[in-house]
Design a protein around this ligand. Structure first.
Ligand code: FAD
Length: 449
């Protein structure tokens, strides 16, 4: 089965950083790269979360090595993979470090936990240091805190540029690309290897067509849970969406700190709630993101949010999300986040707790918001790690809950997914030298250790 005739061995749904990285590994190993198709609903790749994020290559000290094992392994491996990739492609990669600050005793306890996690996840003593107040003042005089972790193995990049470079690679390998095509319906294969999945596509100009694929990889980001459900997978899970908003700092604040400053989360079970002081790869400074509950993965504005509201509320009433909405702590946190969306002062003041020199009135330009989609189980609990679910009949694989540090971990996660698919024998492999910088099976083994 070759590409170009509407029949493919593997179809990847989603041209974010994960789907493009998966295409990189599969097309780079396949004897016939055109038999791999990547489908993206937008005209460009990395249109959604993959270009709407903080741009950090995160060090793995923030991730519980047991509860967030996949994310921790992916972040540990992702750093050196992106550093090498950026070097090969001449892309900016700033190894600029991060300071994780605690402003009270509870926060200091948390820092000790992070030190232990960092060590367990492979960070060396040189890369991760616990500092007291005086040591912090010596390196960042404008920062106020009781203690902090200095991590030097943390970087700033532009993930849109990385994804564009991967796109160039997969184009040069000969992978089939269907940009501007939305997968609207999928009829799953019935487990008989002679039968294919059938994917209905709608192009941006309204034209419709069908393609067939022996195997489907669902890397659709905020849409991944809906696609999994449509294929009868992950029915016990649902998702909730949170818009992370930013404010750009004015030029006068450029020299306030050298490092990005993150604060210990006030609620460790929701680590994505606290806005940071961010140093971007191009030198800009920003405050963010918060996490405002919204009704859909593309609800950047009021109109779309309103349109997504009724279907999401109806769906939530039937799933574990119902319990989240009834949870008092969640309601209180959600209202704080909403306040920080409506009031710039409320948001900037959260960062002033550790960077008192900034003034809300100096911030006049919003940054680019991105939306995270968190998976909720049937008991209403947030799922901590990403999940790679294989359909029973082995005709598809679904990556859900792929949140931060998803961009950091995209290459190793993609290698793992590619190795799983290659393990099914669906793709005849090239006899020659692979086109990728890494062998996906070797990387997948490292992910497993
Ligand atoms: C505010 C914020 C800040 C973050 N900061 C960081 C950070 O600093 N460092 C880090 O490592 N991670 C960060 N992350 C997480 C990271 O950005 C994501 O984990 C990562 O980008 C997810 O990539 P993806 O390819 O899975 O999803 P996406 O980028 O969302 O890509 C999925 C693609 O699938 C397409 N698609 C969906 N449905 C269909 C369909 N039916 N047909 C065709 N195409 C479809 C979409 O158009 C989209 O392009 C952040 C996330 C957020 C929200």
């Amino acid at each position: 089965m070759e590409g170009g005739r509407g029949e493919y061995r593997v179809a990847i749904i989603g041209g974010g950083i994960l789907g493009t990285s998966i295409a990189y590994f599969l097309a780079g190993q396949a004897r016939d790269p055109s038999s791999i198709v990547m489908i993206e609903q937008e005209q460009d790749i990395a249109f959604h979360t993959s270009s709407r994020n903080t741009g950090k290559v995160h060090a793995p000290f923030l991730y519980d090595p047991v509860k967030k094992k996949l994310f921790a392994r992916a972040a540990a491996l992702g750093f050196e993979m992106w550093e090498r990739y950026a070097h090969e492609k001449g892309l900016p990669f700033k190894r600029d470090g991060v300071l994780e600050v605690a402003t009270d005793d509870r926060g200091i306890d948390r820092l000790h936990k992070y030190m232990a996690w960092g060590e367990a996840n492979g960070l060396s003593k040189d890369e991760l240091k616990l500092l007291d107040k005086g040591q912090v003042s010596a390196i960042e005089p404008n920062v106020r805190c009781e203690s902090a972790i200095l991590c030097t193995r943390d970087g700033s990049v532009d993930y849109r540029l990385f994804t564009r470079a991967l796109l160039q690679d997969i184009r040069s390998f000969g992978c089939t690309l269907l940009l501007g095509h939305r997968a609207t319906r999928i009829i799953a294969a019935d487990g008989n290897s002679a039968n294919n999945n059938i994917i209905s596509l709608r192009a941006a100009d309204g034209t419709k067509k069908e393609i067939k694929a022996q195997f489907i990889i669902n890397a659709a980001g905020g849409n991944a849970v809906d696609i999994a459900h449509a294929m009868g997978v992950a029915r016990e899970y649902t998702d909730l969406h949170f818009r992370g908003e930013y404010w750009q700092a004015p030029e006068q604040y450029r020299d306030l700190t050298r490092l990005s400053i993150y604060s210990v989360p006030r609620h460790p079970e929701y680590p994505f709630l606290d806005p940071h002081w961010i140093v971007r790869a191009d030198g800009r400074r920003e405050v963010g993101p918060n996490a405002v509950p919204v009704f859909g993965p593309y609800a950047y504005g009021y109109g779309r949010n309103l349109a997504d509201m009724i279907p999401k509320v109806l769906e939530s009433s039937r799933t574990g999300a119902r319990r989240v909405f009834l949870d008092r702590q969640f309601i209180s946190l959600a209202s704080t986040e909403l306040k920080s969306s409506l009031s710039k002062t409320a948001m900037i003041n959260r960062v002033r707790e550790f960077l008192p020199a900034i003034r809300p009135s100096a911030f006049t330009v919003r940054g680019t918001a991105g939306i995270r989609s968190s998976v909720i189980d049937s008991h209403g609990r947030f799922v901590p790690d990403t999940m790679v679910l294989q359909q029973k009949e082995e005709g598809s694989l679904h990556v859900i809950n792929y949140n931060s540090p998803g961009a950091t971990g995209a290459l190793p996660m993609a290698a793992r997914v590619a190795a799983m698919v290659m393990g099914t024998g669906i793709i005849p492999l090239s006899d020659g030298r692979p086109g990728t910088l890494w062998d996906p099976c070797e990387t997948a083994e490292k992910m497993a250790t």
